[in-house]
Design a protein around this ligand. Structure first.
Ligand SMILES: *Cc1c(COP(=O)(O)O)cnc(C)c1O
Length: 228
């Protein structure tokens, strides 16, 4: 490949927000196994029609801590953890659920398959214009330490959304920065932190060149979203 990366190193996460369950079923039939939604409620409403599909469901949107327990039940991984309060709520919810019910596991739907910790990513704020989502680079080590102390969460890496720029060479430094933050965090924590979730439909090629291990594609797979 042009970027010197092997296809197996990169996980495609199909972002199906705003698309109906039929679209997810089609993508699954075409071989996609990772899906992402940005709202707890939206996935909760589509999920019953897809209970027979095997797959890994990611929450990629901002999660309010009061929805943590629901999210922990509905998703296999939370890719947008950005505060210790949220992480603590997730951890506590998992404690109370004693064994986690994997939401969609084909015929074994509803059977408690794993009590393993819930995989999470920390969302880092790459866009200085964005006020709500993501932790700052400065606060990242403290948040990571906090999450690593929680027994029911498994910190796997970082996620980031760069500001939109037509010129991809202006996006590239953001991806590079996320990778560098991950590398320093690796040293700081002694953890592997293998996952770098970065790159969307318009900039995923640059993200791959800069080390992405997960790309999140909506429009490129499903077409243009209608404005809600
Ligand atoms: C919507 C969304 C995507 C996909 O965006 P596209 O530009 O449609 O590929 C990726 N990540 C997050 C967090 C999103 O909310």
């Amino acid at each position: 490949m042009r970027a010197g990366r092997q296809p197996e190193e990169i996980t495609l996460v199909a972002i199906s927000k705003s698309f109906p369950f039929e679209a997810i079923r089609e993508a699954h039939a075409a071989g996609v196994r990772h899906f992402g939604e940005n709202r707890v409620q939206e996935w909760e409403s589509k999920r019953p029609q897809l209970a027979d599909l095997d797959g890994t469901w990611h929450l990629v949107g901002h999660l309010q801590s009061n929805k943590a327990a629901r999210a922990a039940r509905l998703f296999h991984t939370i890719d947008s953890v950005d505060s210790l309060l949220l992480a603590q709520r997730l951890d506590r919810a998992l404690n109370e659920q004693s064994s986690r019910f994997v939401p969609v596991v084909g015929v074994r739907h509803g059977v408690p398959l794993q009590t393993a910790p819930l995989p999470v990513l920390i969302e880092v704020r790459l866009d200085p214009g964005a006020t709500k989502t993501g932790v700052s680079g400065t606060d990242l080590p403290t948040l990571a330490d906090g999450i690593l102390a929680l027994p029911n969460l498994d910190l796997r890496g970082l996620m980031g959304i760069p500001p939109f720029r037509e010129d991809l060479e202006h996006v590239r430094p953001n991806f590079r920065r996320l990778r560098e933050l991950r590398d320093s965090l690796r040293e700081h924590t002694g953890q592997l932190l293998p996952v770098l979730s970065m790159g969307m439909s318009h900039d995923f090629e640059v993200a791959i060149e800069e080390g992405a291990t997960e790309i999140r594609l909506g429009t490129a797979l499903f077409g243009t979203r209608s404005k809600a």
